[in-house]
Design a protein around this ligand. Structure first.
Ligand code: SF4
Length: 229
């Protein structure tokens, strides 16, 4: 299992969505953008951007997909949204997180009724996650290319049709997430909140070098980092 500390470039954070909100609600004042600058600097000190991933060889047996992770073998029902991973040679299982400190800062602003600060910090976190997703996407595509493999669609629990959040404990088990203080709550959501999990099949049976999600009808598709690298 690999752990990578990722870099975030604060000067390259994208706030296009915020600008659109600002047009609507007159939030685009100089004061707001000054606050955004201050909070971006705060956020840069709070986050601990980390990618955990495991590259698991896989095989199919009796309707189940077997994942080989070190000395352990995990088995999941193919019908639980995993059929597009069955032709894979390997599946990259990953989790990207900003860590919990920024989430606590947002909660603190909420509890103090500082709603603008809370909103702006949330937008900064979302933009940071986009940057980390873009880096991770490139890393997976490069990894596949070095092996002369292509990639499946990226499978995102809770977003990819048929792949429910109930797979998150499996992902955390493979990645030993508890060692980094990452858990799954009773709603199968990852904590810290600013985290995403994913699975990508790589192998010769796929046709695409580029990695895309399959989430029809998503309202955030235009700003989605998985979609728009
Ligand atoms: S299109 Fe992007 S933002 Fe929307 S659900 Fe899929 S991965 Fe998430």
């Amino acid at each position: 299992m690999a752990v990578e500390n990722l870099e975030i470039s604060l000067s390259e954070l994208n706030f296009d969505t915020l600008a659109k909100d600002g047009d609507k609600s007159k939030l685009n004042s100089e004061m707001v953008y000054q606050r955004l600058d201050e909070l971006t600097s705060v956020a840069g000190k709070l986050v601990d951007p980390t990618l955990l991933y495991e590259i698991c060889p896989v095989s199919v047996k009796d309707g189940r997909l077997l994942f080989y992770a070190g000395d352990e073998i995990y088995s999941l029902d193919i019908n639980d949204g995993l059929s597009e991973l069955t032709p894979a040679r390997e599946v990259v299982i990953g989790l990207i997180t900003l860590g919990s400190a920024i989430e606590w800062e947002i909660r603190k602003y909420n509890s103090e009724n500082q709603l603008l600060a809370s909103y702006l910090l949330s937008e900064i976190s979302i933009s940071m996650m986009g940057q980390l997703i873009a880096k991770t996407k490139k890393m997976i595509m490069d990894l596949a290319r070095t092996k002369d493999f292509c990639v499946s669609l990226v499978h995102i629990p809770g977003s990819t049709p048929g792949l429910s959040l109930s797979i998150q404990p499996f992902i955390l088990n493979v990645l030993k997430g508890e060692n980094k203080g990452i858990t799954v709550n009773q709603h199968m959501m990852i904590e810290p909140f600013y985290s995403v999990t994913f699975l990508v099949g790589i192998g010769t049976a796929y046709n695409n070098h580029d990695l895309y999600p399959k989430c029809p009808g998503c309202s955030r598709a235009k700003s989605c980092a998985w979609r728009n690298l």
